[in-house]
Design a binder for this molecule. Structure first.
Ligand SMILES: [Zn+2]
Length: 65
């Protein structure tokens, strides 16, 4: 189970574990964010929501979550 790079919580990923939420397009608990510097961070939806949406987030923004 991956952990969120923002808050460090375990993030459940849909698919392969019984499909309890498999019909929900928003089923997985997070997503990989690729930053403009090329680094990738896996974030839960809560952290995604906390990132600024008025500019491209940076690694510093992720670190501040
Ligand atoms: Zn998080």
């Amino acid at each position: 189970m991956p952990t969120c790079d923002g808050c460090g919580e375990d993030v459940s990923i849909a698919g392969g574990i019984g499909g309890f939420w498999s019909s929900d397009a928003d089923a997985s608990g997070g997503m990989t964010l690729e930053l403009t510097d090329g680094s990738e961070h896996f974030l839960c939806h809560d952290c995604m929501d906390r990132l600024p949406d008025d500019y491209e987030p940076t690694a510093a923004d992720v670190a501040d979550l």
